[in-house]
Design a protein around this ligand. Sequence first.
Ligand code: NI
Length: 387
Amino acid sequence: MPLLNAASRMQPEIAAWRQALHMRPELLFDVHETAKFVAGKLKEFGCDEVATGIGRTGIVGLIRGRHGEGPVIGMRADMDALPIVEATGLAYASQIPGRMHACGHDGHTAMLLGAARHLAETRNFKGAVAVIFQPAEEGGGGGLEMVADGMMERFAISQVFGLHNEPGLPVGRFAIRTGAFLAAYDEITIAIKGRGGHAAMPHQTIDPIFIGAQIISALQGIVARNTDPIESLVVSITKFHAGDAMNVIPPAAELGGTVRTLSRELRESAEIRIRETVENVARALGGEASLSYVRKYPVTVNTEKETGLAIAAAREVMGAHCIETDAKPIMGAEDFAFMLEKRPGTMIFLGNGDTAYVHNPEYDFNDEAIPVGVSYWVRLAETVLKP
Ligand code: NI
């Protein structure tokens, strides 16, 4: 069960692109250098169309097959980095302080470029492949912006495919599942109003810190007591801001955090219960609290048919024993979910080996995974668009 010879041959060059991108990480929509590099390569490879500025700084390259009419499939990579101080000590470590490719988007971009080059040379498929390079995956909603910019309609994309590296999964292995694979990601901010005063006379105050503490406990009650234990809900309060002095009870406090769910229904009901809990706990203790609930990314839902096609392509490359086809969902989120809301498709995980986990200052994309990822993309195009 072969890796593509061309992918193994191109590995050093693709690794060099990857490391060059790694040295110059860019954030959110501000990926101008990266996008310029990507567009330049796609033109050099002879793509039939290279469109820039989609969803602000996104790029789409169109490659038509040589076997006539057929559908257009989208294959997507992400280009942005994270605001993290790199601690890998690598020769090609970030040259920009406070920014780092700590999620492997440098590797995703380089692998999809490698696949684009091979597909543009061989064109052994019908219809066309749209290679999609999106900005702002890390919380900026770049996928949504590209969709809102009319990308699907403009290129007549009928199915979409995404790939993310996964530390802990050995190199050469894939993991995927049909249905909900990654969680919906929402952000909550809770503003608590009490009445400040002398810390030695708490009875004359309404202590917003005490109210905040009770709200945090009560929110975990939604997870433990209101949610079907077979379903998944995460409520993590990650910020608690209040007070400036040792002997003063402040008048207000603010909590912030994130909510993760794996189903649309639970996402709805969790928001309602969180609001009721926040408002009523504060009221019971004599204060007031209000909730701002911001829906960020939807659930990443893999459709059955496209997941089957992805499994078939991965099997071609590494053999059936290397694919976990019923992988456990994870409560992390993916901006690719916005593309999956518009078109059927699937997201697959590619083993990154025994490295630090993503978003860790010690993390690095594993260049040994490059031939696997490139072969997967090429086989996927040839499988879905078989003449
Ligand atoms: Ni990522």
